[in-house]
Write a protein that binds this ligand. Structure first.
Ligand SMILES: Nc1ncnc2c1ncn2[C@@H]1O[C@H](COP(=O)(O)OP(=O)(O)OP(=O)(O)O)[C@@H](O)[C@H]1O
Ligand SMILES: [Mg+2]
Length: 397
């Protein structure tokens, strides 16, 4: 295959000089075209395919070549130009170079002998510039990829730290919970007996009821700790999420009503099935609805959405959204809310394990959980889980 010859456009009003230039440049291997007038040259350039312009500085009708060059440049034409000046006019040459003309030749006695060299040099310079631009673009892209990889690495490192921290916290939590569980059970049992023997009129009754309430709270904390720290055996089955949503709303009805919270249920279709541990999913819904309720102490709207959505790997998935119009989460604490024991609730109100448990359960189900929040406007928790499509339950364990 022969290499495409470069095209030089001669813009020169003198036909004799143009023919001379043409001959020399054709002999040097270029394809040459000629326009006598600036407006013809303009039309020719608009059609494209010209690699360099050899421009006479004194054109027909007294138009200055340099003026034509400036017009071209202003209209966005980017083309190497060699200016041919009639005599050694230093002022014009300096002006020309300042305006971006690539080179110049003066019509002296020997200029024809170095014209092909000047053209070659200019074209080589342009080619080098293009290569540099391409290399630059590649470098920029490589840099962007490097930045992305660094960010991925940072995130992975953070997750690893998180996992290591959770493992040790989990171990500690498990042992404390285990130690507390038995005495709590015994105290509860004894208390039940004492309460049964204490008539409602007994002045000690009130104190006993307070003890009972506090015991319940402690039992809740211990059960949360155990949930969090013991992975537990999963009981996988096909679960219709719409049923679980309704169940969670039913169980939390009082909690929501007390705060004057309106509930919206947006379910795209029914059933929405996943293969999951029903009890654990229920825990997730209850934790999220409970958080949403706490975020709207003076009312608001709780929206529960269920719809199909592909997973990042392209497989069919289910999107669960729990959105509230509550207080929102300040930007600086958002990255911490899923950490175990992180809570902003007053002492005795929260253990800070709700979201940590949710995250663990969702991850155990090969899903992901994200939280988006606008302080003062509300919070949306998004969970995606793989959809079940008659998959063998055993395979998901
Ligand atoms: N929907 C929400 N709106 C505003 N803040 C929230 C919401 N959900 C969670 N948070 C914030 O995240 C923190 C951690 O939540 P998480 O459910 O893990 O613990 P908790 O609710 O404080 O306690 P627990 O759930 O163990 O009783 C909360 O204390 C609260 O600051
Ligand atoms: Mg909570």
């Amino acid at each position: 295959m022969t290499e495409k010859r470069e095209t030089i456009l001669i813009v020169e009003d003198d036909a004799g000089i143009a023919a001379l230039h043409r001959r020399i440049l054709e002999r040097a291997g270029y394809q040459v075209e000629w326009c006598a007038r600036a407006d013809d040259a303009r039309r020719r350039l608009d059609r494209g395919g010209v690699d360099l312009m050899l421009l006479d500085n004194r054109l027909d009708n007294g138009i200055e070549g340099l003026h034509f060059f400036r017009e071209l440049k202003e209209s966005g034409v980017d083309l190497p130009v060699i200016l041919v000046t009639g005599f050694s006019d230093d002022a014009t040459i300096i002006r020309a170079l300042r305006q971006g003309v690539m080179d110049y030749v003066t019509k002296s006695s020997e200029y024809l002998s170095y014209l092909p060299d000047a053209v070659r040099r200019a074209l080589d310079q342009v080619r080098t510039r293009h290569q540099l631009e391409a290399t630059n673009a590649q470098l920029r892209q490589a840099y962007a990829e490097l930045e992305q990889k660094t960010e991925e690495l940072r995130q992975t490192t953070q997750q690893l730290w998180q996992a290591a921290r959770l493992a040790s916290v989990g171990e500690m939590a498990a042992s404390i919970a285990h130690e507390l569980n038995n005495p709590l059970g015994i105290i509860s049992l004894r208390l039940e007996g004492v309460l049964a023997k204490t008539p409602p009129t007994d002045p000690r009754r009130k104190a006993l009821e307070i003890i009972e309430q506090e015991l319940e709270r402690m039992a809740g904390l211990v059960s949360n700790l155990l949930q969090f720290s013991r992975p537990g055996k999963e009981e996988m089955s096909s679960v219709d999420l719409t049923e679980e949503v309704d169940r969670a709303l039913e169980l939390m009805h009082h909690h929501l009503k007390k705060r004057g919270i309106a509930v919206q249920r947006e379910v795209e279709h029914q059933p929405v099935c996943v293969v999951a541990d029903r009890q654990k999913l229920r825990q997730v819904f209850l934790n999220l609805v409970s958080n949403a309720g706490d975020a709207m102490p003076h009312g608001g709207t709780l929206t529960l959405r269920l719809k199909k959505q592909s997973l990042p790997n392209g497989r069919p998935g289910v999107l669960i959204e729990v959105a509230d119009t509550g207080c929102g989460i300040p930007r600086e604490i958002l990255p911490k809310v899923m950490d175990a024991f992180f809570t902003t609730k007053e002492e005795g109100k929260g253990t800070g394990l709700g979201l940590a448990i949710c995250r663990r359960i969702v991850q155990d189900h090969h899903g992901c959980i994200q939280i988006e929040s606008q302080p003062g406007q509300g919070t949306t928790v998004r969970i995606t889980l793989p959809a079940s499509n008659g998959v063998n339950v055993e395979r998901l364990r």
